[in-house]
Design a protein around this ligand. Structure first.
Ligand SMILES: CC(C)(COP(=O)(O)OP(=O)(O)OC[C@H]1O[C@@H](n2cnc3c(N)ncnc32)[C@H](O)[C@@H]1OP(=O)(O)O)[C@@H](O)C(=O)NCCC(=O)NCCS
Length: 171
């Protein structure tokens, strides 16, 4: 059965929470998605379904500039989750690419990600520090990456994840 990729619907909420919990083996990332949604900060939330069951999810939220707190077209892709039994079948690639495509269609400037370079570089993500873009939560080396989405240059500076990430960063 071919997977269907679409934006999340209100009725997906429980299934997304269960899926993200299963993918990460803990509640932290699933609760992050809930906090982002409750804060109105889920800029894009994409699911892949097979036989109408939600099997993969990716979401995007806005980052703010540390200097002035303003939003400058910089967004964060996190988390990306695939049900353990469905991993390794291309579903992660499907929802990641769908989230990227939707952000490009929204004229976002760039998308950051914190994750395994081996996985994310296939989508074109490059080390953010090489572009002069940093995150205030720490130095994550090449794991913090950025993808330009249009012709506007990647803005230099230090950005912060949405406040909904705070419990994850503190834990
Ligand atoms: C990481 C994850 C989203 C990938 O989804 P997936 O559906 O298993 O991946 P795909 O089938 O699309 O695989 C695409 C490629 O990425 C590779 N890959 C998968 N997971 C990877 C990982 N954790 N690190 C590096 N490469 C990975 C696959 O081997 C595959 O490579 P290939 O095309 O050369 O064969 C999924 O495994 C997952 O939910 N993991 C647990 C949660 C997690 O770690 N999320 C990412 C946090 S940033």
């Amino acid at each position: 059965m071919e997977p269907v990729v679409r934006l999340e619907a209100a009725s997906d909420r429980k299934a997304i929470h269960a899926l993200v919990t299963a993918a990460f083996g803990q509640l932290d990332e699933a609760d992050l998605v809930e906090r982002l949604r409750d804060a109105g900060a889920l800029t894009v939330s994409v699911v892949a379904t097979v036989s109408e069951a939600v099997v993969a999810h990716a979401c995007v939220s806005p980052m703010a500039a540390c200097e002035d707190g303003g939003l400058a077209g910089v967004f964060a892709l996190a988390p990306v989750s695939v049900l353990p039994d469905a991993q390794g079948q291309g579903l992660g690639t499907l929802v990641t690419q769908a989230a990227i495509d939707r952000m490009r269609a929204r004229d976002a400037i760039c998308l950051t990600v914190l994750g395994d370079p081996a996985y994310y570089q296939r989508f074109g993500f490059e080390p953010a520090s090489a572009h002069g873009l940093h995150v205030d939560a720490g130095d994550f080396g090449d794991a913090f990456r950025v993808l330009a989405l249009g012709t506007t240059g990647i803005p230099l500076g230090t950005y912060r994840w949405h406040a909904a990430f705070a419990p994850l960063l503190e834990g």
